[in-house]
Design a protein around this ligand. Structure first.
Ligand code: NAD
Ligand code: DAU
Length: 353
C-alpha cells in the first residue's frame, strides 16, 4: 500500500489514476479538498477498493499518524500544496501554512511512523516529496538548464515556500535518516488541471470567446511536461531511485508563453472550424506578474542516465491530447469553476461535508 497526499489535485489525481491502471497495489489518498482538489477527477475509482480517500490536511499530524498506523503504507508521496504563483503573490499565508508548516507536520508524523516500523519494513520505506523547478529561480536565455546542483534562488512566495519544504525534507533525511527522495519538475499540463493555469485557461477562454491574458510581452519561457510523462517518471523514481537523492524532471519542451498560446489558438480554430474571427484576436497583453521568472529549463541528464527515463510526448502530441480532453470534458471545467462541484460532492460524498 502507498499513501498519496494532495491526490485530488491535478498531478496527484493523474498519478493515482495511472497507478491504478498499472498496478494492483492500494492507494490511500489524503487531501484537504481546497478549491484545487476535486474528487470528480477520481470518480472512475469511486467504487474501487484500490483507492481510499480521507478528507484530511497534511498539517493535522494526529489524524495523519492514525491513518499511517492503521494502513501501514510502504511509501508516502507528497503532492499536497498550494500551487498557484499568482495566488501566492496576492496572499502568501496559505502557502506558508500548507507548503511549509503542513510539510513539517507531515514529516513529523511520517518520521515517527517510520521510526517504529519493524526492521524489514523500515528498510523498504520511502518518503517522496514532489517539488518544482521554480526553487532554482529564473534563467537568462544563454544560461544552462537547471541541474540538481543549482543554487536555490526562489523569487515568489510560492517558490520560497516550496524551497523551504525541500530544505525540511533534506533535513529530516540528514538528521533522522528518514528515507526521502525529492523530485523537482517543470510545468505540467494535461487533463484535470484547474483552469487558472496558462494552458487550461487559454483553452477555456477560447471555448467561451473570452480574452486571453498574456502577462507582459509573453516572451517568458517554460519547459512543458505532459502530466502522464511526469507520473511515469515518479513511479520509476519511487521504485528505483536512490534515497537522499534529488531528481529533476522536465519535458524537453521549452516554449515562450506567446508561442504556446498562439499554437493553441491555431489548433482550436482548426478543430472547431472557426473561420470568422481567428482566436489569436482574443490575446490581450496585460500587466506583468510581479517578480515574473523569465525562463525555466530542466536538465534531465540525471534521471535519464541513472533510471533510463525520458518524456514520451512531444509538445505537439501532448497539447493535442490536452485540447481534446478539455473539449470533451467541458462539464468538468464548468463544475470545478462554478458551484456545481459542491452540489456533486453533496450527492456523492455527503459524509465529507
Ligand atoms: P493542485 O493545486 O492542482 O493540487 C494540490 C492538491 O493539494 C489539491 O487537491 C488540494 O486540495 C491539496 N491540498 C492543498 N493544501 C492541502 C493540505 N494542507 N493538506 C492536504 N491537501 C492539501 O497542484 P498540482 O498542480 O497538482 O501540484 C502538485 C504538486 O506538484 C505540488 O506540490 C506542486 O508544488 C508541484 N508542482 C506542480 C507543477 C505544475 O505544473 N502543476 C510543477 C512542478 C511542481
Ligand atoms: O515550473 C513549475 C511551476 O509551474 C509549478 O511549480 C507551479 O505549481 C505551476 O503553477 C507552474 O507555475 P507557472 O507560474 O509557471 O504557471 P502558470 O500556468 O501560472 O503560468 C505559466 C506562464 O504563463 C507564466 O510565465 C505566467 C504566464 N501566464 C499565466 C497565466 C495564468 C500568462 O501570461 N497569463 C495567464 O493568464
Amino acid at each position: 500500500m502507498i499513501l498519496v497526499t494532495g491526490g485530488a489535485g491535478f498531478i496527484g489525481s493523474n498519478f493515482i489514476l495511472d497507478w491504478c491502471r498499472s498496478s494492483d497495489e492500494q492507494v490511500i489518498n489524503i487531501d484537504k479538498l481546497t478549491y484545487a482538489g476535486n474528487l470528480m477527477n477520481l470518480s472512475s475509482l469511486k467504487d474501487s477498493p484500490q483507492h481510499k480517500f480521507f478528507n484530511v490536511e497534511i498539517g493535522n499530524s494526529n489524524q495523519v499518524s492514525k491513518i499511517l498506523k492503521k494502513y501501514k503504507p510502504r511509501a508516502v508521496i507528497n503532492f499536497a500544496a498550494e500551487s498557484h504563483v499568482d495566488r501566492s503573490i496576492h496572499g502568501p499565508r496559505d502557502f506558508i501554512y500548507t507548503n511549509i508548516i503542513g510539510t513539517y507536520e507531515l514529516l513529523e508524523a511520517v518520521n515517527s511512523y517510520w521510526a517504529n516500523l519493524q526492521d524489514s519494513q523500515k528498510a523498504d520505506f520511502k518518503f517522496m516529496h514532489i517539488s518544482t523547478d521554480e526553487v532554482y529561480g529564473s534563467l537568462l536565455p544563454e544560461d544552462s538548464s537547471f541541474t540538481e546542483k543549482n543554487q536555490y534562488k526562489p523569487n515568489s512566495p510560492y517558490s520560497a515556500s516550496k524551497a523551504s519544504s525541500d530544505h525540511l525534507v533534506r533535513a529530516f533525511n540528514k538528521t533522522y535518516q528518514l528515507p526521502t527522495i525529492t523530485t523537482n519538475c517543470s510545468n505540467n499540463y494535461g487533463p484535470f488541471q484547474f483552469p487558472e493555469k496558462l494552458i487550461p485557461l487559454t483553452i477555456n477562454n477560447i471555448i467561451h470567446n473570452k480574452k486571453i491574458p498574456v502577462y507582459g510581452d509573453g516572451m517568458q519561457v517554460r519547459d512543458w511536461l505532459y502530466v502522464n510523462d511526469h507520473c511515469d517518471a515518479l513511479r520509476l523514481i519511487l521504485s528505483d531511485g536512490s534515497i537522499g537523492e534529488i531528481y529533476n524532471i522536465g519535458g524537453l519542451n521549452e516554449k515562450t508563453n506567446i508561442d504556446v498560446i498562439t499554437m493553441i489558438c491555431n489548433k482550436m480554430d482548426d478543430i472547431q472550424f472557426k473561420k470568422d474571427i481567428p482566436s489569436i484576436n482574443l490575446i490581450q497583453h496585460v500587466k506583468d506578474r510581479a517578480g515574473h521568472d523569465t525562463r525555466y529549463s530542466i536538465d534531465i541528464s540525471k534521471v535519464s542516465k541513472t533510471l533510463d527515463w525520458k518524456p514520451k510526448e512531444t509538445f505537439e502530441s501532448g497539447i493535442d491530447k490536452t485540447i481534446k480532453w478539455y473539449l470533451d470534458n467541458q462539464n468538468w471545467v464548468d463544475s470545478v469553476s462554478t458551484g456545481e462541484y459542491v452540489k456533486w460532492m453533496k450527492k456523492n460524498y455527503s459524509e465529507l461535508l
